[in-house]
Design a protein around this ligand. Structure first.
Ligand code: NAD
Ligand code: DAU
Length: 352
């Protein structure tokens, strides 16, 4: 994609990863008009992008991707020439207790966006792009060894990953059937500032601050590959501008951790930051009933994006974790705001 004047729709820009992507694009590309479309569900928070809300090239659209007519009207009105699609229901545990909304948002929502895009693009598909942001969870689970590559078969195990897998398939099918210019990337676990405290790292940071139990699923010997969110945003920037159309890219941190080891490291750092006695936070660790369908191990082979686009993670886990913890310690008001109301009900249902 050329760097010139563009009208870019970014969906889910009030969420965790989306807010970092929106900020990067608004600041780095003053010639681009950036439209952030978000329904502001429990996971969306305009505070996440407060610093850029008055930028001349930034526009917020409160809208719901499950509303097909609304999507068509917005595409007609603003004539977006490309889409970076992040809006989704993103939490595996919520998908286990309420799968339907994952189909509606992640599958139907994606379909609605592609229909709306084709509605205004079909006469001229040149310089258009539908960039679908997806997850490594579509590949299912790995054993002790091996990595997910772009050609690994899909084998999703949770309603969340099944909905993301279905949306990936639809995007590819729209490319083949209607010639939609698309690209997909499948990324590993992100962490960093502004992540909603339902996901492992922010949940455990918040619980340590509050002296609450740290609920470890099963034996804690599940492995995830962690990537600092800004490195994901930079990968998205590169893939958007230089990625090959009709292809997919795996993005990962080359950074595998068993949950229990990561949790112990987090406890150790938090003891120091909070002036606690050595080993104090670790006493909060509580092993609880396992997540159903829990994938044993994820690990990404990010060789393709490295070779084709020169991307690699720039933030070490040590640096990233320190930055993340500092952010949560310095932003207690943000945490207070997001853990009020419906969060309390969710927490009670999930953990008691
Ligand atoms: P998030 O839950 O923090 O944010 C999702 C955003 O989408 C929120 O702002 C929410 O308000 C918005 N949204 C939800 N339903 C909507 C709807 N119907 N219409 C419009 N907006 C809606 O999610 P995240 O962790 O930032 O993930 C963003 C994307 O990246 C998702 O597609 C997810 O599958 C993918 N992904 C996430 C990770 C991760 O580790 N978090 C890793 C790989 C891929
Ligand atoms: O791999 C990419 C995916 O990473 C994204 O597509 C998802 O949107 C994102 O939520 C994340 O999924 P995970 O299920 O891996 O993330 P989560 O933070 O929920 O859990 C990480 C690991 O920690 C997992 O093995 C489950 C475990 N866990 C999680 C929670 C919330 C616990 O042991 N206890 C908990 O309370």
């Amino acid at each position: 994609m050329k760097s010139s004047k563009r009208n870019i729709l970014i969906t889910g820009g009030a969420g965790f990863i989306g807010s970092h992507v929106v900020r990067l694009f608004v600041n780095k590309y003053p010639d681009y008009q950036i439209f952030n479309l978000d329904a502001l569900t429990y996971a969306g928070n305009l505070e996440n992008i407060k610093d850029i809300e008055n930028a001349a090239n930034y526009h917020f659209l409160k809208a719901d991707i499950t509303d097909a007519d609304q999507m068509k009207a917005l595409f007609r009105k603003y004539k977006f020439d490309s889409v970076i699609h992040l809006a989704a229901e993103s939490h595996v545990d919520r998908s286990i207790s309420n799968p339907k909304i994952f189909v509606e948002t992640n599958v139907t929502g994606t379909l609605n966006l592609m229909e709306a895009a084709l509605g205004i693009w079909k006469e001229d598909l040149q310089h258009k792009l539908f960039y679908h942001i997806s997850t490594d969870e579509v590949y299912g689970t790995l054993g002790e060894t091996g990595f997910f590559t772009e050609t690994t078969s899909y084998a999703p195990n949770s309603p969340y990953s099944a909905s993301k897998a279905a949306s990936d398939h639809f995007v590819r099918a729209y490319g083949e059937t209607y010639n939609l210019p698309y690209v997909i990337s499948n990324c590993s676990n992100n962490y960093g500032p502004n992540q909603f405290p339902e996901k492992l790292i922010p949940l455990f940071i918040n619980n340590i601050i509050e002296n609450k139990a740290l609920p470890v699923y099963g034996d804690g010997k599940y492995t995830r590959d962690w990537l600092y969110v800004l490195d994901h945003a930079k990968a998205i920037d590169l893939i958007f501008h230089k990625g090959n159309k009709k292809s997919t890219y795996n993005v990962g941190g080359f950074n595998e951790w068993q949950n229990i080891d990561l949790i112990k490291l987090l406890c150790e750092i938090m003891d120091k930051k909070l002036d606690k006695n050595e080993g104090e936070s670790e006493t909060l660790i509580t092993f609880i009933k396992d997540r159903p369908g829990h994938d044993k191990r994820y690990a990404i082979d990010a060789g393709k994006i490295n070779k084709e686009l020169g991307w690699e993670p720039s933030v070490t886990f040590e640096e990233g974790l320190a930055k993340t913890i500092d952010w949560y310690l310095e932003n207690s008001e943000w945490i207070k705001a997001v853990v009020s109301g419906s969060y309390q009900e969710y927490y009670k249902k999930q953990y008691t």
